[in-house]
Design a protein around this ligand. Structure first.
Ligand code: 3NM
Length: 216
């Protein structure tokens, strides 16, 4: 957990996998992103069996090694079976206190929040970071709802101390506004996994985010 704590406070770009959109496959995407310096990877898989997920998650665990935090979306069973560093859960998934009981104190739990009330509650219940969503309109998650705009991140930033990871419709054209409004890190699924060169695109996001943070 020590390495996770250090990394969690120092993340720029956050990779979330999506095999349904990926051009070169999830394992290739993870390898390229980690090679580019991505420090956190979330395995998000909706189309595979539990067995397939565990097999793939074990491979991702190996790729991440000690270079990147490895989290599993929603599936605590898969996270434990693969030796992941934690999970990312949504408001409709297992409640955070139940997830904590199963995972123990040493694992990371990230929770998706949509407003300041949910963010306060997430921190109070022991989330290690929040995913704030959806910042912009997205077609990647059909039920995400309409984007609320990057300015909303500011309000969340002022009331919680844990890191904020922004998600939803983020791309190269709008990522600057997301960081300028207070996001510690951001996810861009389609902008990364649909590209021909995941390593190059990941590097672009990391460099852009770092520059803004250095100048702020
Ligand atoms: N969760 P893209 S939006 C996985 O609003 C996910 O909670 C969201 O994909 C939420 O970067 C989303 O391609 C998809 O817009 C984000």
């Amino acid at each position: 957990m020590a390495f996770c704590e250090a990394l969690l406070n120092d993340i720029d770009f956050y990779l979330v996998t999506d095999s349904s959109l990926s051009k070169k496959g999830t394992l290739s995407d993870v390898k390229c992103a980690v090679a580019a310096g991505c420090k956190i990877v979330q395995y998000r898989e909706k189309d595979k069996t539990t067995k397939e997920m565990i097999e793939e998650a074990i491979l991702i665990r190996k790729i991440c090694g000690d270079d990147a935090i490895f989290l599993v979306n929603d599936r605590i069973d898969v996270a434990l079976a693969a030796g992941a560093d934690g999970v990312h859960i949504g408001q409709e998934d297992m409640p955070i206190d139940s997830a904590r009981k199963i995972l123990g104190e040493n694992k990371i739990i990230g929770l998706t929040v949509h407003d300041t009330d949910e963010a306060i509650e997430a921190e109070r219940k022991g989330a290690d970071y929040v995913g704030f969503s959806p910042v912009f309109d997205t077609t990647t998650k059909k039920d995400a709802g309409m984007g609320v705009g990057p300015e909303r991140i500011q309000a969340v930033k002022t009331i919680i101390d844990i890191p904020i990871v922004a998600i939803g419709g983020i791309n190269k054209n709008n990522c600057v506004s997301v960081v300028e409004n207070g996001a510690d890190s951001l996810v861009a699924i389609s902008a990364i996994v649909c590209s021909d060169d995941v390593r190059r695109e990941t590097g672009y996001f990391i460099e852009t985010i770092r520059k803004i943070k250095q100048n702020s």
